[in-house]
Design a protein around this ligand. Sequence first.
Ligand SMILES: Nc1ncnc2c1ncn2[C@@H]1O[C@H](COP(=O)(O)OP(=O)(O)OP(=O)(O)O)[C@@H](O)[C@H]1O
Ligand SMILES: [Mg+2]
Length: 281
Amino acid sequence: MPSTSVSEQPVTRNGAALLSLDDVSIQFGGLKALDGVSFDVREGEILGLIGPNGAGKTTCFNVMTGVYQPTSGEVRFAGEPLGRRKRFAITRLGIARTFQNIRLFGNMTALENVLVGADAHHRTNVIDALVRSPRHRREEREGEETAREVMKFLGLERRADELARNLSYGEQRRLEIARAMATKPRLLCLDEPAAGFNPAEKAQLMDLIRRIRDVRGLTVLLIEHDMGLVMGVSDRVAVLEFGRKIAEGAPVDVRNDPAVIAAYLGTEADDAGEFDQEGDL
Ligand SMILES: Nc1ncnc2c1ncn2[C@@H]1O[C@H](COP(=O)(O)OP(=O)(O)OP(=O)(O)O)[C@@H](O)[C@H]1O
Ligand SMILES: [Mg+2]
C-alpha cells in the first residue's frame, strides 16, 4: 500500500459523528438556501441526503467542502470546526466529493485526472518539483500507485491511458469517484452519482457504494434522486425541503413520513407519482 501521510486527519470512534452540521444557514441575496440545518454523518454509515430540486442538497456539500462559508452555524469534522478552512485544507482533513455535473479534464488521460486527487497530500513545493528532489519523486511514485490502485477498485485500470473525454459516460462518473477516492478521504460525498444511468448501471452503482463502505471503510454521504437506489443503499436518510431539514431516520420511516410525502407531492405531479417506485423523483 502507498504510504502517503494522512496524519492531518483527526481521529473518531466508530459510529460517532464524523461530520456534523450544527444549525447551518446560508443566504444568497434574499434566498435562504440553508435555514438552520443540523444533522450528523456517523462514522461508517451511508447517509442519504434527499429532497426536491433546489432544496439545498448541493449547497450542503458546498458548505462542507469550503466552497461557501455558512452565514451562521458551524460544520465540524471529527469534532473539529472547519472554520474558514480552504478547500484543499478540507480535502487534507479527509472530506472528498464528486460533482453533480461531471468535472473532468477531458484532454488529460484518465490516470492524470485521478493523479489530481492523489496530489492532495503532497508536501513538496515548487523548488522540490523543479529540481526533482528525492521527496518529490517519491511522492510522484506514491501518487501514481494510489491512483492506479483506486482505478483498479473502480474497474478503470484498463482505461488509465485513455483521454478522459473518450471514456463512456458511466466510466466518466466512476472516474470522478476515483479522483475523489485518491485523496484518501474518510468521508466521501457523492452528488447524484446515478444521474443519467439506466437501471443496470444503477444496480452496479449501488453495489459499488456498498463496497466503498464495506471494503474501503469509507463513510458515505449520498445525494440521489433515485428513490430505489438511495433507500436501498442508505443506513439512514435526511430530507431537505426549501433549505430546511424536514425528516431524518431509517429509510422505511422517512419514506412513510407525511412531511416527506407532502414535500414530494408538492413537486411536479409526474414526479410525485413515482415516489413508491424505483424512478427518479
Ligand atoms: N451560488 C449561488 N447563488 C445564488 N443562489 C444559489 C447559489 N447556489 C445555490 N443557490 C440556490 O440555492 C437553492 C439550493 O440549491 P442547491 O443547488 O443546493 O439545490 P439542490 O437540492 O442540490 O437541487 P438539485 O436537486 O436541483 O440539484 C436553489 O434555489 C439555488 O438556486
Ligand atoms: Mg444539487
